[in-house]
Design a protein around this ligand. Structure first.
Ligand code: BES
Ligand code: MN
Ligand code: ZN
Length: 506
């Protein structure tokens, strides 16, 4: 694990294996920390700029030896790209790329000026947060199941160096927030990357309990018997095909003692989705170990909130089971009854996410949580609509969508709204029950959202379909191969923003 520190010093006098300065495209005379280092190096950086060796192109890395002219051994000049395009996402992604470069080239400790906080003109705390997030997210690896790790290089420490004493407190705040949030996203990644034989509903419940202990949360785990008592027919129906017992996980973060009101996050926790009797094709089925990403997101978000301590109450719910075909599994045509009494015709057992969420949402309504946000790898159709670029959001409340979108923008995670026109609802009308669990191919993500909406009554609610962005095949900026940890940082930002509003306005 990389440690991020803040230090007050002149970058030219800082002792480190490498100090990182930066350069914008099109700038001929370096200023700030880069200017100071340039001067100490006898104008070497400006010479390389004049010669066209250093262009400042986004992500360009130039490595120079300090040859005793600085306290540090070497200098790295990081290209920040064009100033007009520069923002916090650039800082976050480039820090991730940079940290992987340092690790790859065997530099186990480095120091950097705070990109963006000088001539970049961005808020220092936000820049420090983005750098901390970039480092922690970008260096993530998942090697638990390898008997031998071939490449054991590590970047152990990154120090953000700032000479202006008045900025230090803000930088510390940013680093703390960034490290806690990014570590939470990495925690979600760990849960998501874990194969289903190591991450059963029981394992997920144990992970939630441990997260609760670490972060001072209350944790309640409902077992099958309690689910039967509560009439959770959706979750129980999906679970009946599996030998693994289902778990209904509830985590409470209580940060505002002046009120009982709490917001609710509800996650889909299918620890493996075979499709059930409507079985999925073999190709790519291994990806379905990540069908509990919604649940992982909720657990990790609550852990981050417990550590950050904002003045707000948040309850996280995760509906966890496997979806297996077997002699005891639900079959197409079966009818299930959810906790709120509504009946659901199971036309396709592979549309199991909405079945388990029916009970999670009913439970959230019973606890009077508001608003309620559910998070799920719900439909393949969302990647047809939005690719692996953005998650989809569908809602009965546009103001809530705006809040979520603002939080996503702040986190550098993309979210786009799909419409919930009444016409789509007709597609899930059933002849035998209150609704059926698929509406056919057209607008598959929206009909799924209409199904979920049946369980939230009038509560302000939003559904995040993250099926296109839960896993990546290539490393890029803060994303690495495998689970993305999206949208943990969005939900943390959302809760923090809500906490910043006076209680009366919540
Ligand atoms: N877990 C899947 C959705 C999914 C697909 C997630 C690809 C990640 C990548 C979900 O349970 C599912 O199977 N949905 C079906 C619904 C259909 C049967 C109405 C789908 O999208 O095909
Ligand atoms: Mn499915
Ligand atoms: Zn699924």
């Amino acid at each position: 694990m990389v440690t991020i520190r803040v230090a007050q010093a002149a970058i030219t006098a800082f002792q480190s294996k490498a100090i990182v300065v930066n350069h914008f495209e099109g700038v001929s005379v370096p200023g700030g920390g880069t200017g100071a280092v340039d001067e100490a190096l006898g104008g070497q950086i400006s010479r390389l700029i004049a010669e066209g060796e250093i262009t400042g192109k986004r992500g360009e890395i130039t490595r120079l030896q300090a040859d005793g002219k600085l306290t540090a051994a070497r200098v790295i000049v990081l290209g920040l790209g064009k100033r007009e395009k520069f923002d916090l996402d650039t800082v976050r992604d480039l820090t991730a790329d940079l940290c992987r470069y340092l690790r790859r080239t065997n530099i186990d400790e480095a120091a950097s000026i705070v990109h963006g906080a000088g001539s970049g003109g961005l808020d220092p705390a936000a820049c420090a947060q983005a750098m901390a997030e970039g480092a922690v997210l970008g260096l993530y690896t998942f090697t638990r199941h390898k008997s031998k790790v071939e490449d054991n290089k590590q970047l152990n420490a990154l120090t953000l160096v700032e000479s202006d004493a008045t900025k230090l407190a803000a930088l510390e705040v940013g680093v703390t927030r960034g490290v806690i949030t990014a570590e939470a996203a990495n925690f979600a990644r760990d849960l998501e990357n874990e194969p289903s034989n190591f991450m059963t509903p029981t394992d997920l419940a144990a992970a939630a309990r441990q997260a609760a202990d670490e972060a001072g949360l209350e944790c309640v785990i409902l077992d099958r018997e309690e689910m039967i008592e509560l009439g959770m027919g959706g979750l129980l129906g999906v679970a009946q095909g599996s030998h693994q017992p289902p778990k209904f996980i509830v985590l409470h973060y209580k940060g505002d003692p002046t009120t009982d009101k709490a917001i609710g996050f509800v996650g889909k926790g299918i620890t493996f989705d075979t499709g059930g009797i409507s079985i999925k094709p073999a190709a790519g089925m291994e990806e379905m170990k990540g069908d509990m990403s919604g649940a992982a997101t909720v657990i990790a978000t609550l852990r981050a909130l417990g550590k950050l301590g904002p003045r707000i109450n948040v309850t996280g719910i995760a509906c966890c089971t496997e979806n297996m075909p077997s002699g005891s599994a639900i079959k197409p045509g079966d009818v299930l009854r959810a906790m709120n009494g509504k009946t659901m015709e199971v036309v396709n057992t592979d549309a199991e996410g909405r079945l388990v969420l029916s009970d999670g949402l009913s439970y959230a309504v019973k606890l009077e949580l508001s608003p309620i946000v559910d998070i799920a790898t719900l439909t393949g159709a969302i990647s047809v609509a939005l690719g692996n670029v953005a998650m989809g959001v569908m809602s009965n409340n546009d103001a809530l969508v705006e809040e979520l979108r603002a939080a996503a923008t702040q986190a550098g995670e993309k979210m786009w709204q799909l419409p919930m026109f009444e016409e789509y609802k007709e597609q899930i009308r059933s002849e035998v029950a209150d609704m059926k669990n698929t509406g056919g191919r057209p607008a598959g993500s929206i009909t799924a959202a209409w199904f979920l909406r049946e369980f939230v009554d009038d509560t302000p609610w939003a559904h995040i379909d993250m099926a296109g962005v839960d896993n990546y095949e290539r490393e890029k900026g803060v994303l690495v191969k495998g689970a993305s940890g999206i949208p943990v940082r969005t939900l943390v930002a959302f809760a923090l923003a809500k906490a910043a509003v006076p209680a009366a306005a919540k």
